[in-house]
Design a protein around this ligand. Structure first.
Ligand SMILES: NC(=O)c1ccc[n+]([C@@H]2O[C@H](COP(=O)([O-])OP(=O)(O)OC[C@H]3O[C@@H](n4cnc5c(N)ncnc54)[C@H](OP(=O)(O)O)[C@@H]3O)[C@@H](O)[C@H]2O)c1
Length: 340
């Protein structure tokens, strides 16, 4: 039975760019589970860009992680030492486990988690991206708000990322032409050569506005935006009549959210009778089964693929966040805290 947990707490708030010094590793004693409780050994954590906002504004929740508190993070864990009638040792659970290798839970108020089944015929880790919230974000964001039609020109930012790569592939399956924006030649080559996208723009090396004009000469019908900032401006300059701009994320602004850069040229939406709308995936929580079923079938048939970027050990959690914000991750950033 565990008597201690290793965790990362927030030591200080970043002013702009987050650094390793903003976190502190601690080993703390843990109690044995009481009646109605169980332990959770963390197997995997995901680290994604909004974690940056949890250090300052709190992002959507509006509540930042308190200084001294365990850093927020979603994960999958295994039940151990259960004294809870609804959870047996070995059950797999998911929830906001935080940056720790062990939690004590009662399944509800004290660390709420839900039991999950490993996706049939697929690696357990897919539950943390394609078969989880990431897949749902790509699926509902594209279909409900992008409204793809055969022949549409679709532009996707952070296209080699966890959400972006799924959007690209679904748009292609819908008969669209797809151009992805990513931050390295390796990622751009993967988009065109491995995923079969029609074009890719390396925003760190190329002029995005010029390349959009080259690759989308008749304008963009759907812009699925994960980054905001100057990329959003460049896309808005090139929308086609009736375009749908889907605001999913604003990764380029998370480090400077106090001075969030808004679009300069939003009035193009008027000229082009276009729409721009944001969405939040948890509004679709009651339909997650639909995205899981559809995306699971595509994974099993080999029509959908993904990249994972796995770091080993809870020690790596802060590095993982820095990697994601620097674009050093290639695919969903995971931390394997313990072997399955
Ligand atoms: N609306 C919702 O409900 C919802 C749900 C989930 C996620 N999201 C949002 O969706 C976006 C993508 O999330 P994800 O989990 O799939 O992350 P991700 O794209 O896998 O990882 C982040 C990637 O963003 C790119 N990036 C980092 N800093 C950047 C910068 N300053 N400018 C431009 N690109 C930058 C990097 O790729 P490059 O190498 O290409 O730069 C990096 O690999 C995030 O903004 C997230 O907040 C929204």
């Amino acid at each position: 039975m565990r008597d201690s947990a290793t965790q990362w707490t927030v030591r200080s708030r970043p002013n702009d760019q987050v650094s390793l010094a903003n976190f502190e590793k601690q080993t703390v004693p843990v109690d044995a589970p009481s009646d109605g409780e169980f332990g959770i050994e963390t197997l995997y954590l995901t680290v994604s860009p909004p974690a940056r906002m949890w250090l300052t504004s709190g992002g959507l929740t509006g509540v930042p992680v308190p200084v001294g508190g365990v850093m927020r993070g979603s994960g999958i864990g295994r039940v151990v030492g259960s004294r809870h009638p609804g959870f047996a040792d070995g059950d797999i659970v998911s929830g906001a486990l935080g940056w720790t290798d062990y939690n004590l839970s009662d399944g509800a108020a004290k660390m709420p988690v839900q039991k999950i089944a490993a996706p049939e015929g697929l690696p357990l880790t897919t539950a943390m991206h394609v078969m989880g919230g990431t897949g749902a974000t790509a699926y509902f964001g594209l279909y409900e708000f992008g409204l793809p039609r055969v022949g549409d020109m679709v532009l996707v930012s952070a296209a080699a990322g966890s959400v972006g790569a799924i959007v690209c592939q679904l748009a292609k399956m819908a008969g669209c032409q797809v151009v992805g924006i990513a931050g390295s030649d390796e990622k751009c080559n993967w988009l065109t050569d491995a995923l079969g996208m029609d074009g890719a723009i390396n925003y760190k090396r190329e002029d995005v506005a010029t390349r959009i004009k080259d690759l989308c000469p008749n304008g963009i019908d759907i812009f699925f935006d994960n980054v905001g900032g100057e990329t959003l401006d460049a896309a808005l300059d090139n929308i086609a009549h009736g375009a749908r701009v889907v605001l999913c994320g604003g990764t380029s602004q998370y480090d400077q959210e106090a001075e969030w850069l808004g679009p300069k040229n939003y009035f193009n939406l008027v000229y082009k009778e276009a729409t721009m709308r944001g969405f939040y995936i948890f509004s679709f929580a009651d339909r997650f089964g639909e995205s899981r079923d559809r995306l699971g079938a595509l994974l099993r048939s080999g029509d959908l693929t993904y990249n994972e970027d796995i770091l080993d050990g809870i020690d790596k959690a802060p590095d993982a966040l820095l990697r994601v914000l620097a674009g050093e991750n290639f695919g969903t950033q995971l931390i394997r805290v313990m072997p399955e």
